[in-house]
Design a binder for this molecule. Structure first.
Ligand code: NAP
Length: 248
């Protein structure tokens, strides 16, 4: 059976590093992204240069019509999905709860919580032995923020990742008997453009002194953990929340 991996938010940062690592391991790769065609095209070219089949699909995974189109295109062009990495997420400008609008809260929860649940729903429909599938693996990208709470910065984001942790634990139990493993990786502070969303592109450099290992992490250090959980080496691991944060 061909190995087919769908990586949401695969055009930049941790998702792009995961796409490249998966390609180097022989996976057919679907790079999903929301709007940055140039970044997706660049990663697609690098992935294809590693000799695997790959596609880039522009789709907002916080909407089910986008998720439906994403998986339909994967079916048609790469084959049935065997691994899903729920990596796409967003954040808002640094703020206290009493400064957060309803629109911000709804938008963030839709992208960070509903989106991964919708993607998992459509992946399970294809992977589950209950639905005639041959099993598979789901890795949710959470955050150490789920444990720390991110007071005075973005507790909405931290809470969305707390929801991802609960979702990981519950779904893992729900589909464990159907050939699907579900785990989460919880990155600490990683050098990507994500921090610009909070209005502080240099956040990791400013705060890395607080990391017990004394430095921020690189996207590939998260990709390695994700792909270990995807691999058969993790064949007895499900419902796990793997912290990769330099000791945070
Ligand atoms: P990033 O560099 O900002 O990349 C985000 C990716 O997600 C981009 O490819 C973006 O596509 C895509 N995306 C965003 N919203 C989307 C949507 N609705 N539909 C489809 N794609 C969407 O982020 P990152 O730092 O690599 O973060 C990846 C994951 O790690 C996230 O879940 C984040 O919460 C988590 N994380 C990051 C850190 C960190 O320090 N960086 C720490 C802990 C956890 P476009 O560019 O086209 O919009």
């Amino acid at each position: 059976m061909e190995k087919v991996i769908v990586i949401t938010g695969g055009s930049r940062g941790i998702g792009a590093a995961t796409a490249l690592l998966a390609a180097s391991q022989g996976y057919r790769v679907c790079i999903n992204y929301r709007s940055d065609d140039a970044a997706a095209g660049d990663v697609l070219q690098q992935v294809r240069a590693l000799g695997v089949q790959a596609i880039a699909v522009r789709a907002d995974v916080s909407r089910e019509d986008g998720v439906f189109r994403l998986f339909s295109q994967v079916d048609a062009e790469l084959g049935r999905v065997t691994a899903l990495v729920n990596n796409a997420a967003t954040n808002g400008p640094r703020a206290r709860l009493d400064e957060m609008s309803e629109q911000r809260l709804l938008g963030l929860m839709t992208t960070n919580v509903v989106g991964p649940m919708l993607c998992a729903k459509h992946a399970v429909g294809r992977m589950s032995r209950r639905h005639g599938g041959q099993g598979g693996v789901i890795v949710n990208v959470s955050s150490i923020a789920a444990r720390l709470g991110s007071a005075d910065e973005y507790i909405d984001y931290a809470a969305s990742k707390g929801a991802i942790d609960s979702f990981t634990i519950g779904l893992a139990k729900e589909v464990a008997g159907e050939g699907i493993r579900v785990n989460a990786v919880r990155p600490g502070m990683i050098f990507t453009d994500f921090h610009a969303l909070c209005g502080e592109p240099g956040r990791v450099t400013r705060k890395e002194g607080a990391v017990p290992m004394g430095r921020g992490g690189q996207p590939d250090e998260i990709a390695q953990a994700i792909m270990w959980l995807v691999s058969d080496q993790a064949s007895y691991t499900t419902g796990a929340l793997l912290d990769v944060g330099g000791g945070l």
